[in-house]
Design a protein around this ligand. Sequence first.
Ligand code: NCD
Length: 303
Amino acid sequence: MRHLIDIRDLSVEEIGALLQLAGDIIARPADFADAASRKKLATLFYEPSTRTRLSFEAAMLDLGGHVLGFASSDSSSASKGESVADTIRMVQCYADIIAMRHPKEGAPVVAARHAAVPVINAGDGGHNHPTQTLADLTTIHREFGRLEGLTVGLCGDLKFGRTVHSLVAAMCRYPGTHFVLISPKELCAPDYVTDMMRRRGCSFEEVRSMEAVMPELDVLYMTRVQRERFFNEADYVRLKDSFVLDVPKLAAAKKEMIVMHPLPRVNEISVKVDNDPHARYFEQALYGKYIRMALIIKLLGGF
Ligand code: NCD
């Protein structure tokens, strides 16, 4: 039995196989319509979500499975003080696989320790978000036909942005990745993230403005400043609009450069960019469903 807590729980070969399976599902969805029939997915979301929870649920329904769960801790027994360990002991009696989002870093590891069914981390605090990374890798791979040798700009809240931490952990393993870290000093990537790049022999640069680096990038990965992880509102207000991508800034980009964003967007991408040929963030959300279908098939024991 396997869990997905950290993107590095999957080998590069396994990620390749998931991307291939997601491609097959996109090409021939009817072949997979019963792949999880009579199976149940529990979505335990202790933190807000739109795309991640709904794409997990849509993925399970498209595989012919069923879904149950809760969308906020207020509507679960967590509000009465139940521990994650006890909740998981219950839920594993009712479901074959669990996707869990929690504001505390490490909560999905605790869940996995107590679970007799696969647990998927759907985002833990400011730490990790491996299934968003699978959606990101699907988007990049479908666009460029490869994951190697790309220059990836990561822009915005690199400190608290869990999607960035997981994406770095994944992309570090592909030779020739160059990261351009674009953030205010206060929101720069944690040391453990830059250490990972060093250990893997990835090159990276840290800059404070996106204009100068725009022509270098193959991918510009924008992120929201993570308001809920700030200790004080004044800092959030000061930093929230540090980077705003608009159409004029894209003029300097390579023709094939793509703009990604895990969403939700607040102000960091002007809505005018939505119709720009570089924009891929809505496709990225759609790929999130297909790659989660592939992941569910794999964790439930193959097809
Ligand atoms: C992200 C998350 O929850 O970390 N959203 C998502 O899952 N697509 C990004 C964010 O909330 O900023």
